[in-house]
Write a protein of this length. Structure first.
Length: 669
């Protein structure tokens, strides 16, 4: 793995040396492009240079001297075509490796000229298994992991805070839980501020949808190559403040990756290439809007993404930006894998090139698609060797709506799900069977909760008490503490997830049934105090992880820890062949009992698993005269034997068990 900057992956941008700096920008239709240089971000007027167009729409200029540390941007003269945007403002470089911005919906970004990085990676290497089914992914927002006081950090909500060695939150929570992969919500520089609420902007935007005026999750990417600077120690979330005045974000993010790798944890980054930030002065919009964005026949921006624009990924330079960005994050930041937001909006030629170029750098790179966006095609991604989020198992187990369309864990049938589908989810949701979407279980990212939608805990709470959906919560602790029925459903859901073939993913706080109750934030939000199903705009305690809540549902937390240890220890629960999984006959369609033969996967044990989704009736499992080791009961899970049993075993309503038996001659793996 390269341990120094590899600028060979970047066609455009700025390329400094000790004696000069080359600037290169793609702006094919403009009659004039000027470079403007500044000594400081706050300077109003810099030194301007005319750039030269050298063919193929590329403008270039070499400026003598060591320009490291200076700021720059471009003054774009648009053509007379009404489809082009015009602005007197400075436009930052879309290939920026670092930007400084103002906390404002327009951002007023300026690119920073940085020297080749001398970060000491030591012997750091990619940390990712050859078989991605060995991964147990923890999806989370980096800031949320340490922003709450219960994290105990001295640098809350920052890169350095995430890796503090003596705190409860951050990397230490991942270690305690036992997961071996983390998937961060977007860390590329994004538009974190939206237009002010109910105030018409000079551009004619009238925000009626977001009283917080923020975009906390980061799904409005502004710069494909630059890290988010708000999580640096000198970052700020205060309106009007400067963010990214130092370049600490570059080094600190690398420290995060290095520390995670040292702990044996794979680093996956959520990336957004299907659209770009919509309210700021996004460079692609001003360089050549018709070239970089999809339009209808009347010249209006298309928005299958639902975010105001769709990036024209099929345009050669747009494709180049995406592919070079992926390679850059792998080479420069040692990122192990990527999850692609609304990947179905990215054209297949670009997806193929991403796959090809990323595998040149790391043959085991993990590429995960969110298989939506102008359609739904998890099977197409699987056909091309991509993993994808599996919404089928999510919906089948918990349901698609907590009031009107609950699933197996509630003793109900989600409208698309059958008994055959439930069996197929456990085998890997394979295309040859009911609700099948994948050609291999390697491509199925199994999950029940993600950043959007209700948390699994809140889905269960509403599923058992529908009026709670619109109720104001006055006692968060009492509300978060699960009752017996809620706890049983939460554990049954978790057990189903962890005994299913494929890649396992949980979301932050799922392990203690976190509830996202909308926190008081001094804004005009009529839903304050209710449970939130879309907290993208809340940079507050609605999203921050409160680790004190673990004690409210300690049993569930320990159950997840046990399941994680069991899954990591049991190859047959991760990569069994479909034919190795055999279901027994049933008198109750909500009672799933099956065996998994472990020999083909290299597991020394065979397994017997029984999942009782019936919320009213217990079931009887006949172990006959054989003695089986129980490793998961309705209350406890472990990678070690809990008890050894034979004969008849009672499986209570809404619960499950896992037994194992070592084969004759089976050796521990």
């Amino acid at each position: 793995m390269p341990n120094t900057m590899q600028t060979k992956t970047m066609t455009y941008g700025c390329f400094p040396t000790s004696v000069s700096c080359l600037f290169r920008i793609f702006c094919p239709a403009s009659p004039k492009v000027e470079l403007e240089l500044f000594d400081h971000y706050e300077e109003i007027k810099g030194k301007r240079f005319d750039m030269q167009k050298n063919g193929d729409g590329v403008w270039e200029l070499t400026v003598p001297g060591d320009l490291t540390g200076k700021y720059y941007g471009y003054r774009i003269t648009p053509p007379s075509d009404p489809g082009f945007l015009s602005t007197p403002d400075l436009i930052a470089d879309p290939w920026s490796r670092h930007v400084t911005t103002t906390n404002h919906y327009r951002q007023f970004a300026r690119s920073r000229i940085i020297a080749d990085d001398q970060f000491d990676w030591g012997d750091d290497r990619f940390v990712i298994p050859e078989d991605c089914r060995d991964l147990i992914i923890y999806e989370t927002h980096l800031k949320d992991m340490t922003a709450h006081p219960s994290s105990g950090g001295r640098h809350p909500g920052t890169y350095v805070g995430f890796i503090e060695s003596d705190i409860t939150g951050g990397i230490n929570h991942l270690k305690r839980l036992g997961v071996n992969a983390v998937e961060f919500l977007p860390l590329q520089k994004f538009g974190g501020f939206e237009p002010p609420f109910k105030i018409k902007t000079p551009e004619g935007i009238f925000n009626t949808w977001n009283p917080y005026g923020r975009n906390h999750w980061g799904y409005m990417t502004s710069f494909f190559f630059a890290p988010e600077t708000m999580y640096a120690p000198d970052g700020s979330n205060q309106p009007g403040a400067l963010t990214g005045k130092s370049t600490q974000a570059l080094t600190n993010l690398k420290k995060v990756v290095k520390a995670l790798h040292k702990a044996g944890i794979t680093v996956i980054m959520d990336v957004v290439y299907n659209h770009v930030s919509h309210y700021d002065m996004n460079p692609f919009m001003y360089l050549d809007k018709p070239y970089f964005f999809r339009h209808d026949e009347h010249g209006n921006l298309l928005s299958a993404s639902g975010t105001g624009n769709d990036f024209r990924t099929e345009a050669p330079v747009a494709r180049q930006a995406i592919v070079e960005s992926i390679c850059y994050w792998m080479e420069e930041y040692h990122i192990d894998g990527f999850r692609f937001d609304l990947a179905n909006l990215i054209d297949w030629d670009t997806m193929h090139l991403i796959h090809h170029e990323a595998q040149k750098i790391n043959p085991d790179v993990l590429l995960i698609a969110e298989p939506w966006g102008g359609g739904y095609d998890p099977t197409g991604f699987s056909e091309h060797g991509w993993a994808a989020w599996n919404d089928q198992i999510r919906n089948g187990v918990k349901g698609s709506d907590p009031v009107d369309d609950k699933g197996f864990a509630f003793g109900a049938w989600q409208h698309e799900t059958s008994r055959e589908a439930l069996e197929n989810f456990i085998r890997g949701t394979l295309v040859a069977s009911a609700n099948g979407r994948f050609y291999s279980s390697e491509h199925s990212v199994n999950y029940l909760e993600a950043h959007d939608g209700y948390t699994l805990g809140d889905f269960i709470r509403i599923g058992l008490d529908a009026p709670l959906k619109n109720r104001k919560i006055t006692d968060k602790a009492s509300h978060t503490r699960l009752n017996e029925q809620e706890s049983r459903i939460a554990k049954l859901s978790a057990l189903f997830l962890f005994v299913s073939q494929g890649i396992t993913m949980i979301h932050a706080g799922q392990e203690w049934a976190r509830s996202k109750v909308i926190a008081e934030a001094g804004v005009d939000d009529p839903h304050t105090g209710q449970m939130d199903h879309n907290s993208y705009e809340k940079d507050n305690e609605t999203n921050y992880l409160n680790y004190e809540e673990i004690d409210l549902n300690r049993g569930l937390f320990e159950y997840y820890r046990g399941l994680i240890a069991l899954k990591k220890n049991a190859r047959a629960l991760r990569k069994a062949r479909p034919e190795d999984i055999v279901f027994t006959g049933y008198s109750d369609a909500l009672h799933l009992t099956f065996t998994i033969q472990g020999e083909a996967s290299g597991d020394p044990y065979d397994y017997l698993i029984s999942l009782n989704g019936n919320p009213h009736n217990s079931q009887i499992l006949d172990l006959q005269s054989d003695f089986w080791e129980m490793v998961a009961s309705p209350r406890v899970a472990s990678s070690k034997k809990l008890v050894e049993l034979s004969g008849l075993v009672k499986i209570p309503a809404a619960s499950g068990v896992v037994f194992r038996k070592k084969r004759q001659g089976g050796q521990p793996g």
